[in-house]
Design a binder for this molecule. Sequence first.
Ligand SMILES: [Zn+2]
Length: 493
Amino acid sequence: MCEVPLRVTRRQEHILEARFEAGRQMYNALLDEARKRLSLVRQSIWYTKAKKSTNKDERQAHFAAARHAHGFSAYALEAVADEMRRTTWLGDHLDSHVAQKLAKRAFEAVQKVALGKAKTVRFKGKRGLHSLEGKSNAAGIRWREDRVLWNGLELPMVTDVPHDPVIQHGLSSRVKYVRLVRRDVRGNTRYYAQLVCEGVPYQKPKHVIGNETIGLDIGPSTIAIVGDTQAKLTLFAEEVARDHKKIRRLQRKQDRQRRANNPDCYDEKGRAMKGKRPTKKSHRQLETEAVLKEQYRRETAHRKTLHGQLANQVIAIGTRIKTEKLSYKAFQKMFGRSIGVRAPKLFLSILTRKAESAGGSVEEFSTYRTALSQVCLCGQKHKKRLSERVHACDCGVFMQRDLFSAYLAKHVENERLQAASAYEHWQGAEPLLRTAWQQAYNQPASGRLAPSSFGTYRSQSGSFEKESLPEHEARDVVVMAQVNARARESAKV
Ligand SMILES: [Zn+2]
């Protein structure tokens, strides 16, 4: 996929606004329809039968019958979209391909609920729909040479970008379909065309691809990477987490303004009152909201860049990657909002995509079966609390916990830890891991595990935010100091 910015005139912008709004309303209507159909499916006799049935094939057949009876399918919903286009004003703004894609999107959202992968669907609020796409490059939204054509609109690409090799590559590939994206950048609305192309995505020539097997340990804020010849312990999207303070400050400002503008929505203790929604917005509050929106956009972009860079570093070592399945919910329970800022799960999905396009794979195995954070090479199990950041066993293994579990992850095959092979290679790997640990501790510039960035000892005046790193990382420093002391002692002897 490649993305190019488009040049849009005032008049065209008005037309696009109307089409995006039509798209939003259609999407919401389709979502509602799909939801109704799902509830009918769930009330149907077939569904009850399927639930009772123990035979797998029979179950499937009953479910299929239930879905069929109430038209719960992407195809049926596409027909609804076509009907909407014929009978309402929406037809003046949207062509059938775009409408059908919206139906597919709405269906997939409800399907997630049906399969238990999501709790609920989200309707799109005002200006909440950010993209519209076609089905093929033959009709509807389509790409011709250097511009998007869509039902009377002609939107040329901004001319100074073609030098970008990624775009060059995209423009020279065959376009499958085009997606129009609307974004607010610094208070202005910008439109982009995303060309979904056939063939392999562009790979920057400087990206090396390694061939080692890699074990990863992804924590809420840290990541340990262990290959055959390289190991690394570092923090996730650290710069983003640091800059997040700015956003928190703006959010508090916005909250104060909301309270000041809607005093009758809060009681004397400042609690929001039930049934009263703060709707009034001052000019200043709108300003804050605009700034905040821009900050959100930047944060997202920054995080994506950092994740991409880190993923490239991993790929440079190797593309056969093994790691424990991430439990986002467990993370969130323990670490709250900071998870959203660092987004480890997003990192994993970026890494997976990159590894796969480089011919590798990311293998995720169950935490419960392997319990890597507890086992040792000697076979003993040590239950550790989360705050214990070092694996120390009587058998002599003494290692930073994340690095050690990444090392073990490297030796997992088919959801089983290959203890013998892990034991065999430990002698060779240990110095590597130790170096990684020491580097993480000693290099404030790149690793940022240095005490100065913990903030645990310095209380920031007036701030209620706990922006500092989790306590456990502070302990690493203490332990590392012990390690260094030991090393010095042994050097003397
Ligand atoms: Zn042991």
